[in-house]
Design a protein around this ligand. Structure first.
Ligand SMILES: [Zn+2]
Length: 100
């Protein structure tokens, strides 16, 4: 099962061109009340989902970009994620959701 990754700049490429950057973990913990234990858990503890997870990839043999994809860890297949409409798209005379 060959891994292919779709770089947002270069397009679909062989997985060997990329370096895995880890799971998407959300925002960093607030430094104000951060304990060493909480920081260690944030850095080192992973969910290791058997299924679709959001993760970081680096295109090391290409454009040098960091980006996120959704990948099914059981099949190594990238998952299409529906694009969320940006609220600013309504500005400038476009159709709003109520009119559609
Ligand atoms: Zn690229």
């Amino acid at each position: 099962m060959a891994l292919t990754i779709t770089c947002p700049i270069c397009g679909k490429r062989n997985g060997y061109e990329f370096k895995f950057g880890g799971e998407e973990k959300g925002p960093r913990p607030d430094e104000k009340d951060l304990t060493p234990t909480a920081w260690c858990e944030y850095v080192h503890m992973n969910k290791c989902v058997a299924g679709v997870q959001e993760e970081w990839w680096f295109h090391k043999d290409g454009c040098g970009s960091w980006f996120k994809i959704h990948r099914d860890t059981t099949t190594n297949l990238e998952m299409e994620v529906p694009k969320v409409k940006h609220p600013a798209a309504k500005i400038g005379g476009g159709k709003s959701d109520e009119q559609a």
